[in-house]
Design a protein around this ligand. Structure first.
Ligand code: K2U
Ligand code: ZN
Length: 179
């Protein structure tokens, strides 16, 4: 298990379309372990494999409440793995959520998405599953499946906002290279 470096905007890897997993091999299981370790360390509630530089269609999510007030117990972890996830149905109803992204640190904007989704995926045993999600799970699943298709939540913003944040991160990356 390892905490892996996160791929940060404007890295072109974030625009790749990740490849489907044919067989759940020991290497895929090791990748999932690294994804959870990296996600919990960030901390985040979701992660797509491309965010640690692995262009395969694997997503990890854990919505358990960890940042609790003093004296409160954090919820037990509820790790979920989605291999080759695909949205099979979306509700007419939409919801708005202030989204962030571990690949676009400290930038949050409201994004509107279908409020409920059905997602078909393969679990770690290679079994096909389908779930119906609403609330934060629906938002997070759509956000992560977007990552697998090279789509970022800033793509739903105005061109002005998208260009502004992309320019900001491009300048930071340039400073990083020059350092
Ligand atoms: O894919 C990622 O970058 C992980 C996101 C997932 C996420 C984004 C938007 C809405 C829900 C989940 C990270 O967990 S970003 C941190 C975060 C945590 C809670 C709510 C919003 C953002
Ligand atoms: Zn993200």
């Amino acid at each position: 298990m390892a905490i892996r470096p996160l791929v940060i905007l404007p890295d072109a890897q974030l625009r790749l379309v990740s490849k489907p997993v044919e067989v759940v091999t020991p290497e895929i299981k090791a990748l999932v372990e690294d994804m959870f370790e990296t996600m919990y360390d960030a901390p985040g509630i979701g992660l797509a494999a491309i965010q640690i530089g692995e262009p395969v269609r694997v997503v990890t999510i854990d919505l358990a409440k960890r940042d609790v007030k003093e004296g409160e117990e954090p919820e037990p972890r509820r790790p979920q793995v989605f291999i080759n996830p695909e949205v099979t149905w979306t509700s007419e109803e939409h919801s708005v959520y202030e989204e962030g992204c571990l690949s676009i640190p400290e930038y949050y904007e409201e994004v509107e998405r279908p409020a409920q989704v059905k997602v078909r995926y393969m679990d770690l045993d290679g079994k096909t599953q389908e779930i119906e999600a609403d609330g934060l799970l629906a938002t997070c699943l759509q956000h992560e499946i977007d990552h697998l298709n090279g789509v970022l939540f800033i793509d739903y913003l105005s061109r002005l906002k998208r260009e502004r944040v992309t320019k900001k991160f491009a300048k930071a990356a340039k400073r990083e290279r020059a350092a």
